[in-house]
Design a protein around this ligand. Sequence first.
Ligand code: NAI
Ligand code: MG
Length: 365
Amino acid sequence: TKNTECNLLVLPGDGIGPEIIAQTLRVVSWFGEFLDVQIKTEHALVGGASIDACGYPMSDEVFSKAEAADAILFGAVGGPKWDDRPRSERPEMGILRLRKGLDLYANLRPAICFPELIGASALRPELVRGLDIMIVRESTAGVYFGEPRGISTDAQGARRAVDTQSYAEAEIARVCRLAFELARNRESRVCSVDKANVMETGALWRSVATEVGREYPDVELTHMYADNCAMQLLRGPNQFDVIVTDNLFGDILSDEAAALTGSLGLLPSATISAGRHDQRSHAVYEPIHGSAPDIAGMGIANPIATILSFAMCLRISMNEPAAAKLLEDAVRLALFNGNRTPDIAGPERDGISSDAMTDAILASL
Ligand code: NAI
Ligand code: MG
């Protein structure tokens, strides 16, 4: 008998989503056998698959299941079939509903450069060797959600668009606190990124980050302007350990950092809610890439980003850091042994199937 239980809601989605999730579930089963945690999985529809079935990208029924789950494993959503629908009815609204509804305020995006794939980076090898950054992006507030917003037309018929960047002190403090907690298990360095020189929200961000930093005297805190950070990521990415920033800057900088590593099919993410004792915490684990309609159904999608997302689930939701490390090492060993799906194979090689890549990871385990 097992001591604890983890109810994992599995939302495969569209395109390669179901393929990479199927591979990841083989790894989930492996850990289910060996850990002291009983992993129970339940499947549900999201995105275009859900639109086709019931008209909505995420039904109330599936949202309730998400609320009740300990963790959610998400594939990817979207595809050309649903591209001409209005924005509010598109597959992507499925993930937005989860983010808002479960108050998933922090998006964690590691940018790791795998030594075996160093040639895939856009930067010189000496700049990215050993790269391991964690970007923590605030994900429920800021300019993507602020009011007022909209497009209006004046008497002369000229249009004006408005978005509002707004942050409450508490919204900044909680995401900074999380960044400091994460840094304690890494190199104990946090870089807080803002535009305090030209934005009021930036000035508040810097002030709150500094206050929270006083609670963590063991962690080094530095501040950087967002434009400089964009440049420093290219000039010397290894200077960073944990970066914490707002929704807009985090969106851009996390994509930039991922591109540095040249491995879209390899990078995981976690989006988590407050983990207070009095309330239930939620977390969604998903690859950073999309549904890749161009290769869907071919059996060649790289499952590693989703498998490493499950490693984050092991570490964060299941409190099994040793198991997470074991899985990350198994992925590295599979790469070290030369296993490559076509996206990372390079021009000289053919590449192996998703299935064969997962076989290699299971063999490494
Ligand atoms: P994408 O990430 O799906 O694909 C970009 C390129 O990378 C494609 O050539 C694809 O084949 C390749 N790729 C992506 N993941 C791969 C993997 N695991 N293995 C091998 N190759 C991989 O981005 P794209 O093409 O811009 O968007 C496609 C659809 O996905 C759109 O409908 C978009 O809205 C949606 N999307 C969904 C996201 C999500 O569910 N979180 C995130 C990003 C895009
Ligand atoms: Mg983005």
